[in-house]
Design a binder for this molecule. Sequence first.
Ligand code: NAD
Length: 351
Amino acid sequence: MKYTMAIIGFGGMGSWHAENVLSHIDSITVKGVYDIQKSAQDKALSHGLYVYGSLEELLEDREIDLVTIATPNDSHKDYAIALLKAGKNVICEKPVTMNVSQLEEIMETAEKSGKIFSIHQNRRWDKDFVIIKTLLDQGELGRPYFIESRVQGSRRAMYGWRGHKTNGGGMVLDWGVHLLDQLLNLTDSPVVSVDAHLFNLYSDEVDDNIKIFLRFENRVSALCEMSTNCLVNHPRWHVSCTDGTAVIEDWSCKGKIVKLKADSQMSWSEDIVYTEAGPTRTMAPRPEYTTNILELPEVQTDWSDYYKNIVNVMEGKAELIVKPQQALRVMKVIEKVFESEETGAGVSCHI
Ligand code: NAD
């Protein structure tokens, strides 16, 4: 079956959706765009797309089965509700809303409408994330206890609406929502505390550098960090497990696993070792024969699988991969992030 899609908001991400769907998803055709800006309307026309004169015209267009919302974050809720009420299936860009109550309102409307509502958490298909998920699912490195996930830039820039609080700007809602969604998908346990350190070094209004510590009930802890002012990067991922450590350096997914050898002799002498760190037993280097250096697992990922899942759900052949309930959990953690920053202390929870 062939489905027809429209896009609301034809900026950076709206045009990405159009290009990706048209080039990868045979069963969806993109008909048109609704955007309030003339330049975006002109861009849509130059791509051969129809431009709707009003939201009502789009809502009334019976050809449209599916609409993707790719506007600034403060407008997601009203569009999602109007579209669901008009009987459209809806994909909403991340962050799904500005807060928990807005999302609950959408979920209630989606439930009543019987239509699909999903959130474009496309970074679940990032190669680096899928490598880490595969590694942890395999369980070869023992019990994970500290997961560090970082995205670091240095341009100090929060472009356009991203610099404004009223539009839902700032790093927590921009990149934080991706990294938190990934961490919640890696760890099958409730979040029991959130401790956030948010900085606004260059923006007058919104957080532009953030560090968030999560503690899960199963004793896994995680650090998620986004910077716009990092001039010497840490690795993208550093995962500490009882029997090994895994590192992914950057988006190219260079990295390695260092795993303890199960059969090597692990008894150390009591003698102090003289190292460049000074005399020490604890920090003396481990003999190389006690570890193996392994390649990261090979994985196949494809961002277009997000839309393939949506098609399968429309045809009743699959469940949504990105469910509103999961986005709700992320939004609840995000509310604790802001609460922690406001109080200047860690916040207990059970999310
Ligand atoms: P953008 O500024 O490039 O584009 C936004 C577009 O929306 C513009 O064309 C603007 O004219 C239009 N617009 C603004 N207000 C509108 C309104 N009320 N009604 C209709 N159109 C309106 O922004 P962007 O980078 O494309 O971000 C859009 C959304 O996509 C945001 O929610 C953002 O968080 C998300 N995003 C997601 C990813 C991802 O990887 N999933 C990446 C970038 C952005």
